[in-house]
Design a protein around this ligand. Sequence first.
Ligand code: FAD
Length: 481
Amino acid sequence: RTALVWFRRDLRNFDHAALHHALQRSETVFCAFIYDKDILGTLPRADRRVEFIHACIAELAADLQQMGGGLIVRHALAQEEIPRLAAELNADAVFANHDYEPQAIARDAAVAQALAADGRLLFTFKDQVIFEKNDVLSQSGTPFSVFTPYKNAWLKRLQAQPDSVAPWPIDPHVRKLAALPDSPLPTLEQLGFERTNLAQLAIPTGMRGGAQLFEDFLERIAGYGMARDYPAVKGPSYLSLHLRFGTVSIRHLVRTVSDLSARGQAGDGGAVWLSELIWREFYMMILYHHPHVAQSSFKTAYDAIEWETGPDADELFAAWCEGRTGYPLVDAAMAQLNRTGYMHNRLRMVTACFLIKDLGIDWRRGEAYFAQHLNDFDLSANNGGWQWASSSGCDAQPYFRIFNPITQSEKFDPEGKFIKRYLPQLAALDPREIHAPWQVPRMVLAEKGITLGRDYPQPLVMHDEARKRTLERYAVVKKPG
Ligand code: FAD
């Protein structure tokens, strides 16, 4: 029997469910990755994610080759190419890992149908999460829509079934890996993309990059609970991009952290970090069970809210995108996103709340901007985050809780270190001045060489007034929360 393993967001050759099962069941196993024209066609010509994937594919292909196999890489419509390739290789089955996004589910159904028409099978497996679909349900047998009970049930299930984090080994059967002769990898240029500043940013790529980041994070994990909220500090793991493309194994991460915690070596950081990984699965399952959230509010009443529209709103939105709001923490955060493709979690919350509740712009516009610019863009987490900020989501902050961008700045960037990193024109301001420069007397600013409106914008809105407008806007939502 011959199998074809179709890699998608699982770009690694270890602890891989589909690869494991293909190797177990078949005599000959080919591996393939398709640069999907359906996806690539929607992206800007310079896209860090494509460059990141390109580096991961080169590493994966080389590693598979070393194991005696190879990676067939094509630039095509995956939906057509996979059935075609399966026929070309005379594979009786295609193996892949589950994806929970509506478009991917539809694509996989179409591939399964095309394969079946030709007498071939598509086998898919749980791989990118510990628990999926109906693995974790409430006592009444329905999916959870509130995080804390979901998390408790998730942890209970892991305790009852520790095998859920056992690796899917590849080694026993690697000799079955096969390769096509003359299977060159397309260059970035052949794919129609340009280089970005990914190399300058020194973002580690591939399985080795993921492992290196994880190792580095384990040294800091004990302090994660405290450090993770301060954008100027190296607090979080920076693994989101690797989790997105599967260059790390979620089972390995959870196993390692659980073991460290059990040995008392992860401080309280281990449990806090595990909780973040559970948020990831929570939002994936919200999207899976409620695919309408990709277009509209989880709580449908929130779709009655009237957002600002027209040229003035467009200008407010453009100012937010370009980091010209006049609120330094918001502007520094948007600069971080625009220059690096990463934004600290605290700042994702602050900038999202600011767009929605200070500027009155539809959360979907912000969601789309993040989707285009985040290296780690993941439909479920991004949508979950935006619906949380707009209060329209499953377990969102209540609508009347409106972040004060100045207080957030004072609390989470007290010295203004993060702000100064991205807005060097404010470097001369001291910690009392930097969070709201328009409140500093003009003379004082002038002495420091800063003129508002020239060196840095005046604020677009006054937060207190914006807050009142938001409460009026949200009055259409009858029940709080
Ligand atoms: P760490 O703090 O080290 O967390 C570890 C991992 O846990 C992350 O890599 C991620 O996989 C997961 N995680 C952490 N927080 C969340 C969360 N709130 N929801 C779901 N998973 C989480 N995360 C994405 O991966 N992709 C997105 O497109 C995305 N968009 C977001 C949009 C908004 C408006 C908000 C508020 C949050 C968003 N997040 C998104 C969640 C979170 O901000 C990032 O996962 C985190 O900042 C990534 O950095 P890290 O890997 O260093 O995180």
